[in-house]
Design a protein around this ligand. Structure first.
Ligand code: ATP
Length: 239
């Protein structure tokens, strides 16, 4: 198998005295969709925030393309191709859709490439083109999620970290967003690490999955096998 694009080795993280991650090890390979599923408070968001150094790991190592990124500032990661779409989207509500997208390309100088990529994002999400001059804060939840993904894509990521893109959205919108994420993976070869409480959609889209419980990886494997696993079905698929 190829070298992983991202590897977590025995990563721990604390909030004060609370240990949120208790030695997490996982890998993402180039071109794959890998998912991290788990219930409320399992440590999924903390895992992504630790990868991006928003939260400092208290132990272990995070390697991106074979090199430790633990001591790099978050802002250094997007130019290296590691972009995160945080939970709750965090778009800039007062900036227009277009300006939000431009922010995702803050480190790029290739004007022609930037406008080509914006055009491509408008093709993926036509509703963003319609609303390009509208403040981001006036968009619906689903549109804001599309904008957040679009903004991350403006950084031309090699690896896209997606935190609960389905949160609070109607099933039809979730389906649409997941289809587009799948296209991004297939057409552009972008690797995707998808954190989801919605285990059903996540495991259908991913090739491999990790199950987190109270800060530990309790199960990992092929997504299809996890989907068929009775314990997973009972705990996470509502059966
Ligand atoms: P959810 O899907 O509910 O966001 P999650 O799997 O993403 O859950 P985390 O948000 O990573 O879980 O939380 C992991 C643990 O860390 C939980 O026990 C949570 O209560 C705790 N935690 C998260 N953020 C903080 C914080 N800012 N201060 C203290 N504890 C926190």
């Amino acid at each position: 198998m190829a070298e992983p694009i991202l590897e977590l080795r025995n990563v721990s993280a604390h909030y004060g005295n609370i240990q949120a991650l208790k030695g997490i090890s996982l890998k993402a390979f180039p071109g794959e969709v890998v998912t991290i599923i788990g219930g409320n408070g399992a440590g999924k968001s903390t895992t992504l925030m630790t990868i991006c150094n928003v939260i400092k790991a208290s132990g272990g190592d995070v390697l991106y393309e074979g090199r430790s990124i633990l001591n790099l500032a978050s802002a250094k990661l997007a130019p290296m191709g590691l972009c995160q779409v945080p939970e709750g989207r965090r778009i800039f509500p007062r900036l227009t859709v277009e300006e939000n997208l431009e922010m995702g390309a803050f480190f790029r100088k290739d004007k022609a490439g930037i406008s080509r990529d914006m055009e491509h994002i408008f093709e993926l999400f036509p509703v963003l083109r319609e609303r390009r001059r509208q403040p981001g804060g006036t968009l619906s939840g689903g549109e804001q999620q599309m904008l957040a993904i679009g903004r991350a894509l403006m950084g031309r990521p090699k690896l896209l970290l997606l935190d609960e893109p389905s949160l609070g959205l109607a099933p039809l919108i979730v389906q649409r967003i997941f289809r587009i994420v799948e296209d991004i993976n297939k057409q552009q070869g972008t690797s995707i690490m998808l954190v989801e409480q919605n285990a059903n959609v996540a495991l259908r889209m991913a090739s491999r999955g990790y199950v987190l419980e109270t800060g530990k990886v309790v199960m990992e494997g092929e997504a299809a096998a996890l989907l068929d696993n009775p314990a997973i079905r009972a705990a996470y698929l509502g059966e």
